[in-house]
Design a protein around this ligand. Sequence first.
Ligand code: NI
Ligand code: MN
Length: 230
Amino acid sequence: MPVTITFHGHSTFSIDSDGVKILIDPFFTDNPQAKISADDVEADFILVSHGHGDHVGDTVAIAKRTGALVIANFEVIGWLGAQGVENIHPLHIGGGNQFPFGRCKMTIAHHGSGLPDGAYGGNPGGFLLKLNNGVTIYYAGDTALTYDMKWLADDNVDVAILPIGDNFTMGPDDALKAVELIRPATVLPCHYGTWPYIEVDPQAFKDRCISEAETGCVLLGAEESYILGQ
Ligand code: NI
Ligand code: MN
């Protein structure tokens, strides 16, 4: 069964695996790159990497409308629960759990995690997804380059979703080093071009991915998909 990864702009992705829809960092309202509204998206699971507004985004509204199970760190889950999101599962850095779609482990991210109202959001993270059909996806979240990423080379990552926008996260130079540590089959860059602070040249990054890291790289526009296993 193919796995379809759809980009919704900025750092928001949907993964469709065996008919299960996993939505990551659902930021639609006020997302300059978004082409659909939060009302249009479906989800069975919602993963939130950290508390910042461009990642928590529309989680509350989408979770209440769809009833999706929301997975995030303990502090973000507590904040969502206080806002009436009932179907919740707390994880934390280094911990994983088996879900109906496969295993989800929360990975280290070097960043912040304050929530939009100033509440404490714990530590930021990323997600390592080992889907039931054998596909492995690493969603780094907002992070600096960290040498811990080298451990991910043991996980045979099929697709690494990495921020490349610089300023708030890894820029292209460090993201390329991340690719060399993780050794994924394919990279999907994100978290660039949304605002002037994070304008970078994605084509130049893609070219270097292929020529220097010998790794595939796919640049997706909003609502474009990358399909594995076809
Ligand atoms: Ni952030
Ligand atoms: Mn961000």
